[in-house]
Design a binder for this molecule. Structure first.
Ligand SMILES: *[C@@H]1O[C@H](CO)[C@@H](O)[C@H](O)[C@H]1NC(C)=O
Ligand SMILES: *[C@@H]1O[C@H](CO)[C@@H](O)[C@H](O)[C@H]1NC(C)=O
Length: 179
C-alpha cells in the first residue's frame, strides 16, 4: 500500500475526533447555575430554558429576563419596576452552536483518569465582534464554562459554574404583560 492510501484511510478518523459539526454542540434544554462577570466580579444566579426561549439572571437586587424569541431584554429592579433593553451580543444565547462556529482548541484540566475536557469555539460576527465559548463535553449535551464577547473594543468575560439541570423556580422568567 502506498503512503497516500494509508493517509486516506486514517485522515477521516483523525478529523472526526475534533472537527465535529458545531451545530451538534448543544446546551441542555433547561439548566441553571451561577454566572460571574470576571471584569466587574458581579455574580448572578442564571437559568436558561430553550423550550420557553428565555434566559434569566438575578442577583438579589435586579433581575434580567431575555426573551430570545422576541429578541427583547427586560430588567426588573428591587421594586419590580420593569425596563426594556435591546439585546447585545453577550445577552444572546442559542441552545446549539451555529454552523459559523469554529473549533479552536481542546483543553484538558486536572490530573488522573477523570479529567475535565472542554472545547473552545469562536463565533465570528464581522470584523469587530466575536464570541468565544468554552464548553465541557458531557454525555448528551455540553455546558458553558467561559464566554468572552468582544464588540467594538468592549469585552465581556463571564464564568459559569455550579451547573444544575433544570430550573428550580420558573417564575424567574416572568414578564408582566404591561412591561
Ligand atoms: C443564588 O441562589 C442561592 C440559593 O437560592 C443564594 O443563596 C445566593 O445568594 C444567590 N446568589 C446571588 C448572586 O443572588
Ligand atoms: C446586582 O447587579 C447590579 C447591576 O449589574 C448591581 O448594581 C448590584 O450591585 C448587584 N447586586 C448585588 C447584590 O450584587
Amino acid at each position: 500500500m502506498n503512503v497516500l492510501a494509508v493517509l486516506c484511510v486514517f485522515a477521516p478518523l483523525v478529523m472526526s475526533q475534533q472537527v465535529s459539526d458545531p451545530t451538534k454542540v448543544c446546551l441542555p434544554q433547561r439548566f441553571s447555575g451561577v454566572a460571574i462577570n470576571l471584569v466587574t466580579e458581579l455574580a448572578a444566579n442564571f437559568s436558561m430554558d430553550f423550550g420557553r426561549q428565555k434566559v434569566a439572571a438575578e442577583n438579589g437586587t435586579i433581575r434580567h429576563v431575555i426573551d430570545l424569541a422576541k429578541n427583547q431584554g427586560y430588567t426588573f429592579d428591587a421594586q419590580g419596576t420593569c425596563k426594556r433593553f435591546t439585546l447585545g451580543l453577550s445577552s444572546t444565547w442559542r441552545q446549539c452552536l451555529p454552523s459559523s462556529a469554529v473549533f479552536k482548541n481542546q483543553l484538558k484540566a486536572g490530573l488522573g483518569s477523570v479529567r475535565f475536557i472542554s472545547d473552545l469555539y469562536e463565533i465570528p460576527f464581522g470584523a469587530k465582534a466575536s464570541t468565544r465559548i468554552l464548553v465541557s463535553k458531557e454525555s448528551s449535551y455540553s455546558l458553558p464554562y467561559l464566554r468572552r464577547d468582544t464588540f467594538n473594543g468592549q469585552l465581556v468575560l463571564t464564568l459559569f459554574a455550579n451547573h444544575k439541570l433544570g430550573v428550580s423556580d420558573p417564575a424567574i422568567f416572568n414578564v408582566p404583560a404591561n412591561c
